[in-house]
Design a protein around this ligand. Structure first.
Ligand code: A3P
Length: 290
């Protein structure tokens, strides 16, 4: 397996991708000027970031919803910590939409006063590790090793996003300082329309039934997968390296059962029980779980 350090950059105890990172920007991130009407989608990697980038863009931009403009989802809701050399965030009109994988302690401190709207999307970590493995293997093309090796790396937190447990617990424990809504990937999968309505309510956005229908349709897995503007295909093609797989891979619940051995699963459960003891948010591990 390729040395994970070759693509990772550690800053204040947290792993970023080296690529597209602007260290000066990162060093000043704490003072990044937040606006009250900014909206953030926060995730640990592989938890549905692109999905929520798409949903937010569809909710906010009529030209996206009605497809009257040729918009790239990831440009509509750009990452805060990446691409900052390309985008002047201060020039962007309000409301600005952002996505980020930042842990709570690196998030701009102005958010505690300005209270921008934050949506934290989380996904059961067994599916996260599987999705992550394929992302590295087929999209980033940086690992040739087995799932087993990647699984160990994930449990050590030697991946972008560092330790999954720290990320979600950190944000949850700090939630009283922020205007934050937690959403679960699996619940969105099971009830896309209901989830979109919940998000609109949190954002204070009133859309007509017809507009909601349009958001729902364009946020469905099959439709995003076939739309190169909504699935990273355009960005992935731009580096000229042929990929073995797609960023939108399966979009299901419970794929971990096809990858984890009984032993790995038992070990994961033990760690999960230890780390997430008394953690109040619910998790869904199987499509049939309520
Ligand atoms: P899989 O690899 O399990 O398919 P992120 O954007 O945070 O990297 O998350 C990517 C994961 O979210 C991928 O999971 C991807 O397929 C899934 N995803 C993206 N859009 C989705 C959608 N509309 N419905 C369900 N899953 C979606």
């Amino acid at each position: 397996m390729e040395d994970p350090e070759s693509i990772l950059f550690k800053f204040k105890g947290y792993y970023f991708y080296k690529l597209r990172l602007n260290i000066d920007f990162l060093e000043n991130l704490e003072d990044f000027e937040i606006r009250e009407d900014d909206v953030f989608i926060i995730t640990y990697p592989k938890s549905g970031t692109i999905w929520f980038q798409q949903i937010l863009s569809l909710i906010y931009f009529e030209e996206h919803r009605k497809r009257t403009a040729n918009l790239n989802t990831v440009d509509q809701v750009p990452f805060l910590e990446y691409y900052s050399k390309k985008i002047d965030f201060a020039e962007r009109p309000s409301p600005r939409l952002f996505s980020t994988h930042l842990p709570y302690y690196l998030f701009p401190s102005g958010a505690k006063n300005k209270k921008p709207k934050i949506i934290y999307v989380y996904r059961n970590p067994k599916d996260v590790v599987c999705s992550y493995y394929y992302f590295f293997k087929n999209v980033i093309l940086k690992i040739t090793g087995s799932f087993e090796e990647f699984f160990e790396q994930f449990l050590e937190g030697k991946v972008v996003g560092s330790l999954w447990f720290d990320h979600i617990k950190g944000w949850y424990e700090q939630k009283s300082h922020f205007n934050i809504q937690f959403m679960m990937y699996e619940e969105i999968k099971k009830d896309l329309r209901g989830s979109i309505l919940k998000v609109c309510k949190f954002l204070g956005k009133e859309l007509s039934d017809e507009d909601i229908d349009s958001v729902v349709a364009q946020a469905m897995f099959e439709n995003m997968k076939s739309d190169p503007r909504a699935n990273y295909d355009i960005i992935m093609q731009s580096d000229g390296v042929p990929k073995k797989g797609h960023f939108l891979r399966k979009g299901t619940i419970g794929d971990w059962k096809n990858h984890m051995t009984v032993e790995q699963n038992e070990r994961f459960d033990k760690i999960f029980q230890r780390e997430m003891k008394d953690f109040p948010l619910k998790f869904i591990w199987d499509m049939n779980d309520e």
